[in-house]
Write a protein that binds this ligand. Sequence first.
Ligand code: FES
Length: 103
Amino acid sequence: MAEWVQLAETREFETADRKYVELSPMKHIGLFQVGGEYFAIEAWCSHARASLVHGEVEGHEVLCPLHGARFDLRTGRHLSPPAVRPVARYDVKVEDGKIFVKV
Ligand code: FES
């Protein structure tokens, strides 16, 4: 069953717009802040496992740094080739400056 896990604090995003978290050997999460909102997706591209945490962000899209596939940070949906599958996305909530992700 999914549970809320604290991954970060909002103050960490005063100097960065993203954070990589290895929650377990099988669960690596990219936490992004866009316009004051937080989004969490699987950290690895669904095409060939490049790190999306190192990708350029434009609006609510992250660009895979390896071959350029784009993903929607809000849904995890793949928006352009060569990716043909989405990445997992996770619900996010903020409480008292703490950022939680439902995993
Ligand atoms: S590894 Fe991301 S597009 Fe190929």
